[in-house]
Design a protein around this ligand. Structure first.
Ligand code: P6P
Length: 335
C-alpha cells in the first residue's frame, strides 16, 4: 500500500477527479487536525482531570461531559478563522455558530457531533467525532438554522473519527469511502484503506436489546427472526454487538458488515427516535451508501428526509443492504 497522507490523497483526488476543490480540502484538513487534538485530549483522560460531567446540559437535555465541551471548543476554534465556512452547528449548541465578523466566510456549512458516545468515555470505551458538510445556499451571508435544514442527499462530504486502539478518520466526498490511520510519529493521517464496501448480507446485528419491550411490531418481528437463527425463517445463526457508541458500531459494520438499528420506541412516542438526523444519521447514511450499504428510518431513505429542526431525531436502520431492505419491508407490510 502506497503510504499516502490525507493531504496528498485530497490533492490527488482533486487532480484526478476534480472531487475536492480548494476550500473543501482545507475544511477536511482542518477537521482532521481538530480530531487529532481531540484524540490527544481524550487519551490523557484522568491525567488532565478532563473526565466526568460538567454541571450543564446540552440542547438534548443530556448532562454534558467535560470532554463534550472540550471537543466542541476544539472544533469551533480550529474552523472559525479559515475562511472556508459560512457557519457551524453542533449537537452541543442550541443554535448555529456564526463565523466572527473578523474572519472571512466561505461557502460551506459544517455540522458535527463533537464527541459521540461520550457516556463511554469514563469507562475507556471507543468514542468518536461525526461531521457533515453542506453548501450554504447562494447569496446567504448570515446563515441561520433554516439554511442548515437540507436533506442529507445534499451533503458534499461526511466523515467520522473513531478514537479506539488506533485513531481513524473515515471520509467520503461522494467518490467512495476511505480510511486514514493516525500515525502519531508523523503527526499525519495516512491512507490505510480505499473504497470500503459493506457486504450485502451479514450474520451480525447491533441494537440495544434492553429496549425490546418498547419496539414496534416490524422490529419485534425482524429481531425475533434474527434470534430464531438457523431453524428460523432466515436460516442462519446471528451474532450481536452493541458498543453504545454509534461511531464504533458503524465502523465495525463498514469493516465487516452488519446492521445497526436504533428504532423509535414506545418510551417516548412523541420522538421519532433517539439519534439526531443532521449530524449523526445523515453523515453515517452518506458514508454507508457510498460503501454499498443502505440507510432508512424504517420507511424512507434517510438521505431523502427533509429536516424541520436542527436537532431533530430519527429512527435509524443502516448497514448491509439486504438486511436493511428486509426490516424496511417489514415496516411497509405493517402499514
Ligand atoms: P443507548 C451515544 O449516546 C448515542 O448517541 C450513540 O452513539 C449510540 O449508538 C446510542 O446513543 C446509544 O444509546 O440508549 O444504548 O445508550
Amino acid at each position: 500500500m502506497r503510504r499516502v497522507t490525507l493531504t496528498r490523497f485530497l490533492i490527488e483526488e482533486q487532480r484526478a477527479k476534480g472531487a475536492i476543490e480548494g476550500d473543501l480540502r482545507l475544511l477536511v484538513e482542518v477537521v482532521a487536525r481538530a480530531c487529532k487534538s481531540i484524540s490527544n485530549a481524550i487519551s490523557r483522560g484522568s491525567l488532565t482531570g478532563s473526565l466526568g460531567a460538567t454541571d450543564s446540559e446540552n440542547v438534548q437535555g443530556e448532562v454534558q461531559k467535560k470532554l463534550d465541551v472540550i471537543s466542541n471548543e476544539i472544533l469551533l476554534e480550529a474552523n472559525e478563522w479559515g475562511g472556508h465556512l459560512a457557519a457551524m452547528a453542533s449537537e452541543e449548541m442550541d443554535l448555529p455558530y456564526a463565523i466572527p465578523h473578523r474572519y472571512p466566510k466561505g461557502e460551506y456549512l459544517l455540522l458535527f457531533d463533537p464527541l459521540d458516545g461520550s457516556s463511554n468515555i469514563d469507562v475507556n470505551v471507543a468514542v468518536g467525532t461525526i461531521f457533515s458538510v453542506l453548501r450554504c445556499p447562494e447569496g446567504v451571508d448570515e446563515p441561520d438554522e433554516r439554511h442548515f435544514l437540507q436533506p442529507g442527499a445534499r451533503q458534499v462530504c461526511a466523515g467520522y473519527a473513531v478514537y479506539g486502539p488506533t485513531t481513524l478518520l473515515v471520509l467520503t466526498v461522494g467518490d467512495g469511502v476511505h480510511t486514514f490511520t493516525l500515525d502519531r510519529e508523523l503527526g499525519s493521517f495516512v491512507l490505510t484503506q480505499e473504497n470500503l464496501q459493506i457486504p450485502a448480507d451479514t450474520k451480525e446485528y447491533s441494537i440495544n436489546a434492553s429496549n425490546q419491550r418498547h419496539w414496534e411490531a416490524p422490529v419485534q418481528r425482524y429481531v425475533g427472526e434474527l434470534l430464531a437463527g438457523k431453524t428460523g425463517p432466515l436460516g442462519k445463526d446471528y451474532n450481536m454487538r452493541w458498543v453504545a457508541s454509534m461511531v464504533a458500531d458503524v465502523h465495525r459494520i463498514l469493516s465487516r458488515g452488519g446492521i445497526f438499528m436504533y428504532p423509535r420506541d414506545a418510551r417516548e412516542p412523541g420522538k421519532p427516535g433517539k439519534l439526531r438526523l443532521m449530524y449523526e444519521a445523515n453523515p453515517m447514511a452518506f458514508i454507508v451508501e457510498q460503501a454499498g450499504g443502505a440507510a432508512t428510518n424504517g420507511h424512507q431513505r434517510i438521505l431523502d428526509l427533509v429536516p424541520t429542526t436542527l436537532h431533530e431525531r430519527v429512527a435509524v436502520f443502516l448497514g448491509s443492504r439486504n438486511e436493511v431492505e428486509r426490516v424496511t419491508g417489514y415496516h411497509a407490510a405493517a402499514r
